[in-house]
Write a protein that binds this ligand. Sequence first.
Ligand SMILES: Cc1ncc(COP(=O)(O)O)c(C=O)c1O
Length: 422
Amino acid sequence: MTSNAELIARRNTTIGPYSPLFYNEPLQMVSAKGVWITEANGDRYLDGYNNVPHVGHSNERVVRALCEQAATLNINTRYLNERVVDYSERLLSTFGHGLDRVFYGNSGSEANELALRIARQHTGATGLIVSDYSYHGTTISLAEMTTGLKTREPLGAHVRTLRIPDLDRDERPEAEVLADTLAQLDAAIESLQEAGFGVSACLFDPLFSTEGMPRLPEGLVAAIVARVRAAGGLVIADEVQSGFGRTGTHMWGHDYAGMVPDLVTMGKPMGNGHPMSAVVTSEAMLDEFGSHNEFFNTFAGNPVSAAVGEAVLLEMEEEQLMQRAATLGERALVSFREFADRHDFVRTAKGSGLFLGLDFAIDGKPAPQLAKQVVEAMKQRKVLISRIGRDESVLKVRPPLAFGPQELPVLLEALDNALSEV
Ligand SMILES: Cc1ncc(COP(=O)(O)O)c(C=O)c1O
């Protein structure tokens, strides 16, 4: 086994030292199965964090589908292939609201980039509105609207930000918080129009994951959607984190949030680790974009990706993973609330399905160091979790959806002990 120190040194002289690593002492992983990951020294970790291996690490059905299709045919979409159409029908059958067409991509970034391009063409405007603490990807357009990274490029002149409130952290009456947020949005829209950019789109994650899963004022999301549309803009739901049944209650984050977007983007869990993504939209939107642009993406929507995507959906269905996420999430939240009652520094427990958080604060101020200590203490107990939010003070528990009832007590016991230790 190559020592961590040696591997880090080699990594620094190839990939470079800026590509982030988790933990004070990074983990060198060598294999994984289901919701367990094995470190190079043989230690096993319970995965309470990773959302990409949605139906489980090295899932048999997915691996088999991938290998069989790769051994049979992998070819671009300029040739007819039934598997690609089968998968598209299956994927689209999970949507409502006339969202019945799909463009494929290879990453969440690509999906968001395409959604922005479609919105720009549809509206003839270039102005964009995003949450003031969010991340949507790596391209130039997305880098210009990234607000949720520590080191980043300046915002584009055509970008305005909106602070998403959290009622768990805001002492003001809910109506006042709502009115204040909408006033900010109105000002952003007005400013884009005055500057001549107009409003092309508002892009947000319906769960506001990066923001730390804030508790929103009633009616906020609906009001954002209505105002953006009234200004001529489109609404893009970035479901890279919130989609594929993550919330337990709904397959899609926009349904969880009670909104109907014009475009839905997805990635990460879609291929269980195989790189694939998509933009789902209406027939009218696809026709408009497609008829004005010959759009072709070499690797996107190929038969291997379709086979993998189909295996993910079948596995979810047969193992009833979304329903399981709902049940386990509810059970976990009961314990999380107990932790919040027991420990002064836990301000609140939050989340839905298998996306759960504990918000840490001391004397009413966010406590990121404490959250970091708990993440490290969990690692000592061989459970992987992380933290999110603008202050990185919200503990982030977001395991593969394949997480089972037998694993939940392991995670809860470790968390109980870690919270008592710090
Ligand atoms: C909400 C959200 N959107 C988009 C992306 C970008 O996806 P990718 O890294 O696959 O390009 C991410 C990645 O972290 C994300 O969390």
